[in-house]
Design a protein around this ligand. Sequence first.
Ligand code: UDX
Ligand code: UDX
Length: 468
Amino acid sequence: MSSSVSICVVGSGYVGLVAAVCFAEIGHRVTCVDNDESKIKMLRKGGVPIFERHLPELLERHRGQGVVFSSDLHGAVEQSETIFIAVGTPQGDSGAADLSYVEGVVSEIARSIRSYTVIVEKSTVPVYTNDWIRRVLCRFGVDPANFDVVSNPEFLREGSAIGDFLHPDRIVVGTSSPRAADVLRRIYEPLTGGSYYAQPDALAGQHTAQHPAPLLVTSPQSAELIKHASNAFLALKISFINAVATLAETVDADIEEIAAGVGLDHRIGREFLRAGLGYGGSCFPKDVAAFHWVAQQQGVHFRLLEEIRGINESQKEHFFNKVVSALWTLRGKRLAALGLAFKGGTDDVRESPAIDTIRRLLQAGALVTAFDPAATENAKKLLPASENMKYAADLYEAARGADAVLILTDWKEFGAIDLERLRAQMRFPIVIDGRNLYPADQMEGLGFSYVSMGRPAVYPVHEKQPVR
Ligand code: UDX
Ligand code: UDX
């Protein structure tokens, strides 16, 4: 039987906010704390600070009831059985994750613990962070009998984070304490026992009451490595298919056909084999670097991780070269950039390949007009509007008078463009697609020059293929 647990989630970002509303959704009492007062004010007033599917509905359902928002960490810790830490762990100069926010939060928690409390590390952290948290708590004088530390990594994709939380492939609980493991089992019981899926208003997904979510208890170090290894493996799949895509181009093969043929082998799987501009976001680039750093610290030369990163970097250059080979010179050329977010379905521009590509184009003297369904405001902080950098209200406006349209993010709406309307807006019908959203023959049939990733470029009959 499940019972309600009082939970404090520290951090109300992409991970913390999603975790907080989802814990409320499965019946717990949650206080979500953030040291950014303006964010807390906004959340209390009914605002939704990030673009994330299902988040507005769940906030609407639980705000002020199952989940309350506060900037008082001390008060929240005092009244919670379990504290989830979900503050940022950005990449430091050495490639290692910067854990200073985590340490800061832990030292504050130390001052507020009154009775047995489980501290759960949810942010992505290097191996032995669990141990460090324990040591910091002891240094601040907390009685070891009064707490346990658990590593419970998140596997939440932005854009589908709520679905990933409520229908997880697995829940990993890393702890050496049976007592703490039981608390975590109690928290996730609605998902692992299936009672959540039996509710009429449950979010539909891969699990049902008969086939609930699996939970795996491991050592803390294993849980920490599971997180890094999972993200590094997914990044590996992307870099692998991108390397094959580059090879495919040289022999006029089609990477979409190759990915389908390779992915149908169930040992490999079809997911994360989409060739394109490479991976970005707040996790993969940072986690591959942090995992490499962790290995190095232990004297292990995990060179494969360097290669994953290297291939990812070269993808952006490869795309840039495609733009040059389609347009010859870039100075003064008007380019429409479709997409700013690091992937479709999010407003997040952290480590976005789209932003990186636009920077290169601007440096080469191009005039860029960008459109993104959700990420424009965030992008403007990195690429302020100027004479050369403009933002459009929709994609057709971005394409008006353009020498070429570049597809940089795999938003669903960019795969469903009214292509005739698009072509009518453009100066020349040239589309350079970094996300392979269209079949080449469809584009050819509509008279576009169409250049994509890992597939033969098509040009209208009157245009000769440019010299590489
Ligand atoms: C998370 C994880 O922390 C990271 O390790 C993981 O790999 C990706 O997801 P994310 O939720 O994306 O990060 O970060 P962000 O959106 O920056 O949110 C962090 C929140 O913590 C912010 O709202 C920030 O104000 C808050 N914060 C930060 C605190 O409340 N206290 C602090 O000391 C530091
Ligand atoms: C990732 C993890 O997937 C998730 O489990 C969690 O650990 C947080 O980090 P996220 O960064 O939100 O999630 O997005 P994800 O869907 O994994 O995509 C990451 C990047 O890879 C994006 O830039 C995306 O465009 C790119 N990608 C993904 C590809 O280029 N090809 C693919 O086939 C899949």
